[in-house]
Design a protein around this ligand. Structure first.
Ligand code: ADP
Length: 645
């Protein structure tokens, strides 16, 4: 065996995080034991899983356990497992580096913050549970031998930025972590971690549900009264989801949540369920309070954990839950899926499909319950996960109406998001459907010209600012049999307004306005499909509406373009307000047949102004400012020559 000892530096980010952890003031130091036990339990899971398909490992899984040993003289504690173990490369990769994306940015961000993160936050963010051992130890030694390999490795560090690595020996596969503990220091929250009572309390509190025995050796007496060293099992090992719910405390459920998610914030909601019949399974599921940073990645690291008859199979079973519910965490334990098949085959098993269907329905039902019973919790949930849940409206044909029912929207009368059902209840007589306007910003939408008549008639209009919203209303087209109707759809005018805007206008004037409309139509021939007298405007001079059934709004055109899709240029209809003084003056000019060039420029400006007022972008800014300058010049010249005269 070579005696070479190599010294390495921790990766920069790893060193910084370790540093933050060691110096975090408010952290609960006890959690180091939970983290080491949790790692040991994962290592046992991994070995058991491999043994299902690899005969070679079968003899290694007869007595899977975790052992905690103390050495009072050396004031040290060891956590030992006979699990999968690590080889040299794995130790360097898993313990010395942090591979999560965005780590550097996050570290940059917290550097400027007043409140430094506590250990649990760091563990949740970076998966660095092992580092918590440095909160209580002056030196940590890890000895590991990978199952199926002969060599063992010893890793050692004082948490000061470097570590040593050398070959060593270990009787069998598994990992030993030895902590040389700091002395007790009450003000730093460091207890005597060699004290049996302290260890027992921590294990009971955080790790009772671990599926393997956590053994602790302590002095006892045999039948003859002689002193011996006894092995005691500290945990009950009972799978939480198999227990009677009334016998499990909230604390225990939350600890289990922490174990499977590494999320230090308590979950927002929890529920258990089971199914019997064609396929039998139990589920214990959680809805987190906060969205994890990888929620928008297509492959989050953790998902629902799949167990088969209490045996852990995988922690990211994508087939168990549809993509749009990827924020749900927890455990599904099947009674009848086959244990020893490959991941790929398992994912196609019809029983798994059945479990997925059922689980989806259960989650949606649970969300509905929260929405009905606890509005403020639901608002919190919606803020974190709403945009993910909404994806389901387009993805899940079976449940799209249910998901739409669970979706919250804002409108002209409600700034707080509310369920669509409430809109339906508030609908007025004569209202043809669910009116909406989509765009980027609330304020712009509220003030859009197309909204005027709807506001006047007292109709509520949904304000859609999430890009997916417009795709939804275009795809789903109705909710509870009420069609979604865009207020910029030229075919829709809010009933309740006078049908003919020209009522009460003298015949002569009517003719002039019609002349103007025809003239503007000619001038803007290239820009618009039609020009007409508006029935929806009260204050604004003009607005643009869509004409065809299949027309695409400007915002949607942008989205489609961004997605790389070909979008044919669509002309819209320009509506002008016959009551507006500018339109009136223009009508006078048309009649007199003078100022043809000026009229052309004004027509163009009216068009561009309609684009701007709906929050759109001017197509040709140079042309726009040239015409505007001209008109300003003319107006000012008239003004100044008037003054001079
Ligand atoms: P996390 O457990 O959140 O991934 P840790 O810093 O606690 O982060 O551990 C890093 C990695 O080191 C683990 O993901 C695992 O691959 C490996 N590891 C830690 N402890 C053990 C162990 N007892 N046996 C085998 N591998 C381990």
């Amino acid at each position: 065996m070579s005696q070479r000892i190599s010294t390495y530096k921790f990766q920069t980010e790893a060193r910084q995080i370790l540093d933050l952890m060691i110096h975090s003031v408010y952290s609960n130091k006890d959690i180091f034991l939970r983290e080491l036990v949790s790692n040991a339990s994962d290592a046992l899971d991994k070995l058991r899983l491999q043994a299902l398909t690899n005969q070679e490992f079968a003899p290694l899984v007869d007595d899977l356990h975790i052992r905690i040993e103390k050495d009072e003289n050396k004031h040290s504690l060891a956590v030992i497992d006979n699990g999968i173990g690590m080889n040299r490369e794995e130790i360097r990769e898993f313990i010395g580096t942090i591979a999560r994306s965005g780590t550097r940015e996050y570290l940059e961000l917290i550097r400027g913050m007043k409140d430094r993160p506590i250990a649990e936050e760091l563990i949740g963010q970076f998966g660095v549970g092992f580092y918590s051992s440095f909160m209580v130890s002056r030196r940590v030694t890890l000895i590991s031998r990978k199952a199926g390999e002969e060599k063992a490795w010893k890793w050692c560090s004082k948490g000061d930025g470097s570590y040593t690595l050398e070959e060593t020996s270990r009787d069998s596969n598994g990992t030993t972590v030895i902590l040389e503990l700091f002395d007790e220091e009450e003000e730093k929250g460091i207890r005597d971690y060699t004290d049996e009572w302290v260890i027992r309390t921590i294990i009971r509190k955080y790790s009772d549900f671990i599926a393997y025995p956590i053994k602790f050796s302590s002095p006892g007496t045999d039948e003859k009264g002689e002193k011996i060293i006894e092995d005691k099992v500290l945990n009950s090992m009972k799978a939480l989801w198999m227990k009677d719910e009334s016998k499990v405390s909230n604390e225990e459920y939350n600890e289990f949540y922490r174990h499977i998610t590494h999320d230090w914030t308590d979950p927002m909601h929890r529920f258990s369920f089971s199914m019997e019949g064609v396929t039998e399974f139990r589920g214990l599921l959680y809805i987190p309070s906060k969205a994890p940073s990888d929620l928008f990645f297509s492959q989050p690291e953790e998902g629902i954990h799949l167990y088969i008859k209490r045996v852990f199979i995988m922690n990211d079973c994508r087939a168990l839950i549809p993509d749009y519910l990827r924020f749900v965490r927890g455990v599904i334990d099947s009674e009848d899926l086959p244990l020893n098949v490959s991941r790929e085959i398992l994912q196609d098993d019809p029983r798994l499909t059945m479990i997925r269907k059922n689980t989806t329905r259960r989650v949606l039902r649970e969300l509905k319950k929260i929405m009905d019973d606890d509005t403020s919790s639901y608002l919190g949930f919606w803020k974190e996960f709403g945009s993910v849940l909404k994806e389901g409206i387009l993805q899940d044909r079976d449940n799209h109406e249910t998901i739409l029912d669970l979706s919250l929207f804002r409108s002209t009368v409600r700034d707080e998001p509310f369920p669509l059902g409430q809109y339906i209840e508030r609908m007025k007589e004569g209202q043809e459907g669910i009116y909406y306007l989509s765009g980027q910003e609330m304020e712009k939408l509220k003030n859009a010209p197309a909204m005027e008549a709807f506001n006047d008639a007292g109709f509520e209009v949904l304000l859609l600012t999430d890009p997916i919203d417009e795709i939804i209303v275009n795809t789903i087209t109705s909710f509870r049999e009420k069609p979604f109707l865009s207020v910029t759809d030229g075919r829709i005018t809010p009933k309740g307004r006078k049908e003919d805007m020209l009522d009460g206008i003298p015949e002569e004037k009517k003719r002039d306005i019609q002349l103007l409309v025809d003239q503007v139509k000619q001038d803007l021939n290239e820009k618009v499909e039609d020009v007409r007298i508006s029935e929806r405007l009260t204050n604004s001079m003009a607005c643009l509406v869509t004409g065809h059934e299949k027309s695409v709004s400007p915002k949607m055109q942008k989205i489609l373009k961004a997605m790389g899709q070909e979008v044919p240029h669509q002309k819209r209809i320009l509506e002008v307000n016959p009551d507006h003084p500018v339109i009136n003056l223009m009508a006078d000019l048309v009649r007199s047949g003078s100022e043809e060039e000026l009229l052309k420029q004004v027509a163009y400006l009216i068009y561009e102004q309609a684009v701007i007022s709906e929050g759109g972008e001017i197509e040709d800014p140079a042309h726009f400012s040239r015409d505007l300058s001209n008109i300003l010049f003319n107006a000012l010249r008239k003004g100044s020559s008037g003054n001079a005269g």
